[in-house]
Design a protein around this ligand. Structure first.
Ligand code: Q9C
Ligand code: ZN
Length: 334
């Protein structure tokens, strides 16, 4: 299987994150990508397709913000990573604010995406990997892999959050639509609900979004991913959420996966994008499912058996010692 990765994706290295009331070392580390790359010999450097496919999903003002924040942060006399502390949830209305702290509040939804001088560069190349894998599949490969890092599924059209700055799965799906594929499905099997991906396609009927994740009643991102979120307007019925309790292991996970795959089959996609998070792993540092390394082969075969041309994009997975084996096991079986 062809796979894509660019060395510039490890430049982004925030120092710390707010976690359960204190700071801890940033879990979404460059070492994650290094470990996956070490387990997958032969990854290719993606072609540079420019910003146009990114701007087909993300607002131009948000992209300008990502590029500009490090300079604004320095101009304000700050050191360290740019992080916000005010989010306009209450009484939100359009304002033309320019202070960096206000802009971070406007363009993010949580404190998990510090912005460093390298964040844009690393996220940009992660998107290029997703595009390279997608175009490989559009050109006739049955499957291709993109080592996207930083990940993407929590990022919306005009916001970052949850370690995500650019939504690579959405960018890939939109590129496939623009290349003439009428119906694209995204299957999100990261431990966390992909609120950004859902938000981007919520009111559309051309991109189906199905997600299996920890119940947001107990787990991040809390406010999205509940079973009653099924799409809006033209997109009514084109979103499917399958929340599962903490402690879920292979057997119940496979039942949910069969439901998601049946829903995707009823939609009839011409291309499948898999948002692959291996933070469902039993030993994950920040998550609470019970999927073992060998189980990833079972899940991969369940998905591959449906026969859809598939681009597989990396999302989460935070136990660096296991992430390579988990991804490799999934891809080998696929
Ligand atoms: N105390 C992905 O797996 N931090 N994002 C939560 C909980 C954010 C996970 C802190 C977790 C985001 C792509
Ligand atoms: Zn996750």
């Amino acid at each position: 299987m062809r796979g894509f990765f660019d060395r510039r994706q490890v430049l982004h290295a925030p120092e710390r994150e707010l976690h359960n009331g204190g700071y801890m070392a940033y879990a979404e580390s460059p070492a994650r990508a290094e470990a996956v790359a070490a387990a997958l010999p032969g990854l290719e450097v993606p072609e540079d397709r420019g910003e146009a496919p990114i701007l087909a999903v993300h607002d131009a003002a948000y992209i300008a913000f990502l590029k500009r924040v490090p300079q604004l942060w320095a101009d304000a006399g700050r050191s360290g990573d740019a992080t916000g502390y005010v989010w306009p949830v209450v009484g939100r209305r359009p304002l033309n604010l320019s202070r960096v702290d206000a802009l971070i509040g406007q363009y993010s939804f949580d404190a998990s995406t510090p912005i460093t001088p390298d964040s844009w560069t690393s996220a940009y190349w992660a998107s290029q990997c997703a595009l390279a894998a997608t175009h490989a599949v559009l050109a006739g490969e049955r499957t291709a892999f993109a080592l996207c890092r930083p990940p993407g599924h929590h990022a919306g059209a005009d916001y970052c959050g949850g370690y995500c700055y650019l939504n690579h799965a959405a960018i890939a799906a939109q590129a496939a639509r623009d290349a003439g594929k009428a119906r694209v499905a995204i299957l999100d099997i990261d431990y966390h609900h992909g609120n950004g991906t859902q938000d981007i396609f919520l009111d559309r009927d051309d991109v189906f979004y199905a997600s299996i994740h920890a119940d947001p009643a107990t787990d991040y991102p809390f406010f999205w991913g509940h079973a009653d979120e099924r799409g809006e307007g033209a997109g009514a019925g084109a979103t499917r959420n399958l929340p599962l309790p903490r402690g879920t292991d292979l057997a119940p996970y496979r039942e949910a996966l069969a439901c998601a795959l049946d829903a995707i089959a009823a939609f009839g996609p011409e291309l499948l994008i898999v948002s692959l998070g291996v933070d469902t792993y039993a030993g994950d540092r920040i998550s609470f499912f019970g999927i073992e390394t060998d189980d990833y082969a079972v899940l991969a075969r369940d998905i591959a058996a449906r026969g859809w041309p598939s681009a597989i994009l990396m999302e989460g997975g935070y136990t660096v010692e296991a992430i390579g084996a988990n991804v490799r096991t999934f891809l080998d079986a696929f």
